[in-house]
Design a protein around this ligand. Structure first.
Ligand code: ADP
Ligand code: MG
Length: 328
């Protein structure tokens, strides 16, 4: 006989939540926010077939389900507090649930946050997590705060998650060791929470990279410009930080993955040029590589992607439709 709903919750999801006033088991969880802080709220869903493949490692999936949500808090400079999990399961698959909860708990423990509640229902496999964080009023990093002339920065490396996905889908051939390495980027992204906190008061606008650099940067440009007139940007293609497996690929593949790949979960942010030293210090403090990849331009200038000699390469409107990047 398979587990019932409540035994399933008890076995795989119910654990002490020392940070909460009340955790799993009642109609609501209770949480005591720090005085004077704003709550930062976000939720993200992972659906089988759309966000993960049926043969995914359940431990990696548990990790990623929480990671993509923490990444949103990181992008706002919010400190994670706790989270809720809505699980939709086609059947009770205990080895799968054990792996999923193991990956979920490990990342939760690393960020010292508790699962305080959720919902469990039968249906097509999907997980929706809701994260709660806090941030002092006025200090959240917003998409709308960029200014022309700002430096444009990214954390970590770009593009390798997309390369791994293409390899898994048979569109690219990678060696076994290379695929194993690239899969880490795809399946175990590390949300840049510490960096988001360190960038409060240092960065202007920020976003986390879930849909690809050009698409996500487009959101900053859109929201930071006057209505209907997005800011422009110039990106130096040679400056893009690439993962080591991606570096072994042809240049066109490198650029496509780094500019238009998704699932990087790095932070893309802008800062005044005069803040460059503080930005670098924040990166060092967090042990995160930060790379200046370009600058922001006046509204109407568009997005220019330059090669090392100042020549303009394909812009999102002209190229990379292979990935169907939504033009901003
Ligand atoms: P209700 O019917 O009042 O919504 P349930 O009986 O469905 O509550 O859930 C019982 C308790 O278990 C609640 O505290 C709920 O938050 C928690 N819970 C249910 N599913 C999950 C899950 N997948 N992960 C964590 N907590 C869960
Ligand atoms: Mg209830």
């Amino acid at each position: 006989v398979s587990l019932g709903e409540f035994d399933l919750i008890a076995r795989y999801f119910d654990a002490p939540a020392p940070g909460a006033v009340l955790g799993i088991g009642d109609d609501c969880a209770l949480w005591s926010p720090s005085p004077g802080q704003h709550l930062a709220l976000s939720c993200d869903t992972l659906v089988e077939g759309r966000h993960f493949l049926p043969d995914v490692d359940p431990i990696a999936l548990g990790h990623k389900a929480l990671a993509v949500n923490l990444s949103d808090l990181a992008a706002c400079g919010a400190r994670p507090c706790c989270f809720l999990l809505a699980a939709t399961l086609p059947r009770v698959d205990e080895p799968f649930l054990a792996g999923f909860s193991q990956g979920l708990r490990a990342l939760a423990a690393a960020h010292r946050i508790d699962l305080v509640g959720g919902n469990t229902t039968a249906g097509p496999l999907a997980f929706t997590l809701t994260v709660m964080g806090e941030v002092p009023p006025g200090q959240a990093l917003l998409r709308s705060a960029a200014q022309p002339g700002d430096d444009l920065w990214v954390s970590g490396t770009l593009g390798e998650a997309r390369l791994a996905l293409m390899a898994l889908q048979g569109q690219v051939k990678l060696g076994t060791a290379q695929l194993r390495q690239a899969r880490v980027a795809l399946e175990q992204p590390q949300p840049q929470v510490a960096l988001g906190l360190a960038l409060r008061g240092v960065a202007r606008a920020a976003i986390d990279l879930s849909d690809g650099l050009l698409a996500d940067l487009g959101h900053i440009l859109q929201r930071s410009g006057p209505t209907g007139r997005p800011l422009g940007a110039r990106i130096a293609c040679d400056a893009l930080p690439l993962g080591t497996v991606l570096q072994s690929q042809p240049v066109a593949m490198q650029q496509a993955c780094a500019l238009a790949g998704g699932d990087d979960y790095q932070l893309c942010f802008t800062a005044a040029a005069s803040a460059a030293t503080q930005v670098a210090a924040a990166g060092e403090r967090c042990g995160v590589r930060l790379t200046k990849i370009g600058c922001l331009l006046e509204p109407g200038a568009g997005v220019q992607v330059n090669d090392g000699h100042g020549r303009v390469l394909a812009t999102p409107q002209q190229g990379f439709d292979h990935f169907r990047v939504a033009p901003a």
